[in-house]
Design a binder for this molecule. Sequence first.
Ligand code: ISL
Length: 582
Amino acid sequence: GDDPDWWRRAVVYQVYPRSFADSDGDGIGDIPGLTSRLGHLDELGVDVVWLSPVYRSPQDDNGYDISDYQDIDPLFGSLADLDALIEGLHCRGMRLVMDLVVNHTSDEHPWFTASRSSKDDPKRDWYIWRPARQVDGLAPGQPGTEPTNWGSAFSGSAWAWDEDTQEFYLHLFSPKQPDLNWENPQVRRAIHEMMTWWLDRGVDGFRMDVINFISKTYPLTDAPQGEGDLYGNAFAAVANGPRIHEFLHEMNQQVLAPRPGHILTVGEMPGATSAEAALYTDPARGELDMVFQFEHVSRTDGPGGKFDPQPLDLVTLKQNLAHWQAALAPATTPTGAVSAEKGWNSAYWDNHDQPRAVSRFGDDDPAWRVRSAKTLATILHTHRGTPYIYQGEELGMANTVFRGIEDYRDLESVNHFHERVRAGDDPAAVLAGIAPVSRDNARTPVHWDSSEKAGFTTGEPWIALAPDYGTVNAAAQVGVPGSVFEHYRRLIALRHDDDALALGTFRLLVADHPTAWVILRQWCAPEAQGGGIEQLLLIAQCAREDLPLTGQGGLLAALTAEGLEPEEWSGAEQVLRAADPD
Ligand code: ISL
């Protein structure tokens, strides 16, 4: 904990507790289940666990709807179980990052119960209430009288009508997730106190859910609405609002900066541009360490949005990630040494909201899955920034198979299906759009072994297992040379040991190459360490065909044309080969 920069070399592993490991046979993963599997994470070598929400919650959005920030949902265990988890992590040298969901609460949180009880309640202003819009022929509260045209992320309007007090409240997500009013200083103070309570309990950081939505632009007005869209785009209307930097800086000063060790913070930020991210993550500004940006995971969105997925274009994908690398890079001196950091990237392929990386960005055909998962891992870990591994990614887990709408559990997929079918779309076509991108792909239970329930539970899993657990599982990979797991283990170890990988400059080479992903990292050791330049070159072929190397049109000629002399980087190549002979 002494090195204030520890988080720059760290690798984070995300646990979605509901699907990780079940200790009591109710079919839902829990904290004791996670604690019993810490050996797996220790072997992998990760430094930090980010735990998706385990707080008390009606579970409308699997815990992202919180009714008590300072207690654990009985589904997942107790505060004592969480203390034991923290202890288990700390004694293995790992840290715990909690999910902080404070753009909204559950509608069952006592703050909201008070707020909705009367227009005069002292907590009325803790949420965002508006009278109905007056429309001829419509009674207040009817569809069409909402204060703005905004749609919720989970279908329907972003406004819900409260009969008792005859006003609408704002919910960017489900109606059971009312948005907090961050303009109210009491709200901010209550959140700061809650965060401090968790830090006092021993947690080491926060992943902040949709944190760039907390400052709304007032007055709230209609958002642009595409032709054929049922609603205006609320996200665009609320992202990166006028007071966002002020709110984050205040939180940093009140809660984070005074702590003795460095508290890791990562802000989930749909719609944040790289220019904004450079502000959010500039250490001199005192806001956040890093953000989760969405540009690369939006590259398969079609004209109809996420559920209208399009084929991935490799060239724009790698160029987009390179753009983020450049935007958050420190200045370099003429000798190539890296100056003070200005901002910092996170690096991720997937999480609990995204389809499985190997299925979306790679090739999950059984003949290619292992190689593809390892290739994607190497590419991600060769980027500059803190890598995030989502549970099961280290096993090369792929998307699952859905037979019909009854196989889905996620409210986003289920609501979207019903909304589109009601609007007259062909149900089969709607399902075909949902299957490859549904969040449920990431939420099937982790495969521990090939036994009946994949070692996840002794009961009935809350969501069906992916069908390939017999072959794709931890027992078949841990300690097995050539496995996806062992590949991740070596990449993580390399980041810990290798300055060029952890901190060196980043350059994308042959940026227009249709299949090769080529990255050069360079590091000038400080004089005290003897100076000298270390280079690390990654050549990854993202196709089934062999990559032509020599001759006209071969990769070597293209690299030479970009100023690389083969003798110069032959040593660096060996470092990578040592990481994986494949
Ligand atoms: O996954 C999405 C739908 O395509 C995103 O829009 C997602 O809702 C957005 O990234 C915000 O995600 C976070 O907040 C949500 C929660 O459902 C997600 O699980 C969480 O990661 C509301 O709390």
